[in-house]
Ligand binder design. Structure first.
Ligand code: ZN
Length: 377
């Protein structure tokens, strides 16, 4: 192992604080971290059980093939503001071949990590009308009280999406909650302007959401058409304007045509896309995360920069499984060792049915701007 690699490894472990205080040998560290492209540190119990004040936590829940991202916003000791819970996507329903029971996994995970049954979920956003993002919504809605609901709007996607959306909206409204759909018209004054979805303390902007397809297709929308309607957010904690502010970029399933336009629109809005946590677009597909996009988002190997892929081991069409090796290479080229994490980590070595609910990825951002990522079982 090269000296630089050992140095980075030791730095990562110190930052994460995930190891006993007794010094470890390099061999012991390797045994813990492994050598796969998405291997990484294991979370300590503090990183799982307690949300300290002035700390943002983001859980990328291992729903197999799909997305479900739980954000706990910072709470204050003095001013008594509470942490908000926001869920971006709800995983799959798991009632089709290869599908994981995303909604059940989300609910079980959140209950395990301190949410109470029936507790308020301050907001749920379904980034776009694909089953691996909305399928778990009914189960989530039956377990928690959703105060706000948002999606890209439009009459997009299959009838199963429209019925899941309608049921969620009815339940939210009957409970006195509110609905922000279409997201682009209701969440923010315009793209790149602020949204108040993530509580009073976190800065956030809506960067992308389309009610209509980019291609102009109206009927028979392709998978790419629907992916490119994705709701995309940038979040900053500590808030925008602070020297140690860190940015999270949540890409949904936006593909490269959307990324190209996003780069142009970010430049004209003077929004710096450089990020400290990138939720990689479209499960690490090679149709997202273009070189030109990653050059802006991950401009250097700052020790606070991380990326995370949410994926399973489902095979699509002509034997494509996500994430693709090309995308993993593009990301690892731009990140420090052990800073690319994936809910599909080593899934290819596992039996069918054992690939989900075992690689949850947890990020923590402190008030000082230190970013750590780790795997939770
Ligand atoms: Zn997806």
């Amino acid at each position: 192992m090269a000296p630089m690699r050992i140095h980075l490894l030791i730095m990562s472990l110190l930052l994460v604080g995930c190891i006993d205080t007794a010094p470890m040998t390099v061999e012991e560290m390797n045994a813990q971290l492994g050598g796969g492209p998405t291997d990484g540190p294991i979370c300590s119990s503090e990183e799982l059980d307690v949300l300290p004040p002035e700390t943002l936590r983001m859980h990328v829940i291992d729903v197999g093939q799909g997305d479900a991202i739980w954000i706990q916003t910072p709470w204050e000791v003095d001013q008594e503001s509470e942490s908000h819970n926001v869920l971006i996507d709800a995983g799959s329903a798991g009632d089709h071949s290869n599908g994981s029971p995303g909604g059940d996994i989300v609910v079980d995970y959140m209950l395990r990590r301190g949410m109470e049954f029936g507790a308020p979920l301050h907001a749920v956003v379904i980034t776009h009308a694909h089953e691996d993002h909305f399928g778990g919504l009914p189960v989530v809605a039956s377990a928690f009280e959703i105060l706000r609901y948002s999606d890209p709007g439009g009459l997009i996607g299959a009838s199963s999406f429209l019925s899941a959306r309608q049921a969620a909206i009815s339940e939210v409204l009957s409970g006195g909650g509110s609905v922000d759909s279409p997201a682009a018209d209701t969440l923010a004054a315009s793209l790149f302007s602020s949204v108040d979805l993530f509580g009073p303390r976190v800065s956030a902007q809506l960067l992308w959401a389309r009610e209509q397809s980019l291609s102009g297709n109206v009927d028979n929308l392709s998978g790419t058409d629907v992916n490119n309607t994705s709701v995309v957010f940038a979040l900053q904690w500590p808030p925008k304007g602070y020297a140690n502010s860190r940015q999270i970029l949540l890409m949904g399933d936006l593909e490269s045509a959307g990324e190209e336009l996003l780069l142009l629109e970010a430049a004209s809005a003077s929004h710096t896309l450089g990020s400290h946590i990138l939720k990689v677009g479209h499960h690490g597909s090679s149709t997202s995360s273009s070189d030109s996009f990653l050059a802006q988002v991950l401009p250097d190997e700052d020790a606070n920069r991380w990326a995370v892929i949410s994926s399973g081991r489902q095979t699509f069409g002509s034997d494509v499984t996500l994430p693709t090796p090309q995308t993993i290479d593009r990301l690892t080229d731009r990140l420090a060792d052990y800073h690319l994490l994936s809910t599909a980590n080593r899934d290819d070595e596992k039996a069918a049915g054992e690939e989900h609910d075992d690689d949850h990825v947890v990020f923590t951002i402190t008030a000082e701007g230190t970013v750590t990522g780790c795997y939770a079982p």
